[in-house]
Design a protein around this ligand. Structure first.
Ligand SMILES: [Zn+2]
Length: 90
């Protein structure tokens, strides 16, 4: 098997995180988007956490990384910065 590479994928579909759901393998409930940041200019990183008393969010936290060029949600949603505030981003 060949290693995956980072060559740009021509004609690839964009990604909209609104179309995804992040489910915790520990408590079996859906995690909530809590933070957003940019990593290395090329990646948008969305942080999801459990919001219940079952999981320690510091342990079960999920980082969903989307290539900036393909990130339809961050690129097209004009209200996203406001959304960041509501999501608890600093
Ligand atoms: Zn959980």
């Amino acid at each position: 098997m060949s290693e995956p590479t980072n060559v740009p994928v021509v004609g690839s579909s964009t990604v909209n995180i609104r179309n995804l759901s992040i489910k915790c393998g520990n408590c079996d409930t859906y995690q909530t988007l809590s933070h957003f940041h940019r990593r290395d200019e090329d990646w948008n990183v969305y942080t999801y956490e459990c919001e219940n008393d079952v999981c320690d969010s510091a342990v079960t936290r999920t980082y969903l990384e989307v290539p900036v060029d393909l990130d339809e949600f961050a690129n097209r949603d004009p209200d996203w910065r406001g959304g960041r505030i509501h999501a608890g981003a600093e």
